[in-house]
Design a protein around this ligand. Sequence first.
Ligand SMILES: NC(=O)c1ccc[n+]([C@@H]2O[C@H](COP(=O)([O-])OP(=O)(O)OC[C@H]3O[C@@H](n4cnc5c(N)ncnc54)[C@H](OP(=O)(O)O)[C@@H]3O)[C@@H](O)[C@H]2O)c1
Length: 267
Amino acid sequence: MQVAATLVLALAVLRKPDDCLTAPISPQNGRMTTTLVTGANKGLGKETARLLVEAGHTVYVGARDEARGRAAADELGARFVRLDVTDDSSVASAMATIRADGGLDVLVNNAGIAKRAGAARGEALDGPSALEVFDTNAVGIIRVTEAALPLLRTSENPIVVNVSSALGSFWATHEPSRPASRFPAIVYGSSKAAVSMLTVQYAKAVPEVKFNAVEPGITATELGGGGVESHPGRPAAISAQVVARLACIGPDGPTGTFQEDDGELGW
Ligand SMILES: NC(=O)c1ccc[n+]([C@@H]2O[C@H](COP(=O)([O-])OP(=O)(O)OC[C@H]3O[C@@H](n4cnc5c(N)ncnc54)[C@H](OP(=O)(O)O)[C@@H]3O)[C@@H](O)[C@H]2O)c1
């Protein structure tokens, strides 16, 4: 079991050496970016931030909790900005800070939640829980994107990456070979379907900015509460690679697509 896991890890690390995460960057070739990752104090957001910092980019760790956000930013060599995606004034003040510091090229809408019903394993299906999930996962993207667009529009290669999920894919939830077809996620899956449609609609409405959705793969994080060990999946450091790669696509990169490790995923 451990050997197989190590093999999967090694193969994932060895893949795609020619991507924008490993290509040399410099101000001269115009490939250095300033990126904001929301919900980057832990999990996929933090690992995405780590990969981008390691590739030489300037990264803002967006986090709603100042102490945990600053700790993550310090560990990664990133900048910290306080940002709660459900709070308009917090979003406005985060963007004001980033604008004053010099602007933004890339936004990774990563912050997201899933709510479990009390101590039970099932999903919380009451109204307030559903509103909180939609507010964070879907409305949060509208809030942050709208506030970021004036900054992104001044970038030479503006990019938005929306962290969605196969659980929000109509294709994957109907495809028997995909885990998403067997895992019930009524509220969370619907909120991620909204994330995917937001990506399509924004890509059409704002063609000067590249918008792509990403399915990071099933990942062991604290999503839904509980410790990392209570969530199945591969390490966040592996899943973050596809997110970070979409965050550093070049001017000829795709827009309006839904991507996973091996390419495009059906909506
Ligand atoms: N794990 C998976 O298998 C998987 C699969 C597909 C997609 N995803 C998506 O990947 C993204 C990251 O999730 P994860 O798995 O890394 O889970 P995670 O470890 O729980 O991280 C979620 C992050 O979002 C932040 N967040 C939650 N509500 C926020 C708010 N109102 N404002 C700002 N930040 C907020 C959390 O901050 P706090 O620490 O303050 O709560 C945390 O930093 C989510 O969009 C999730 O839906 C995950």
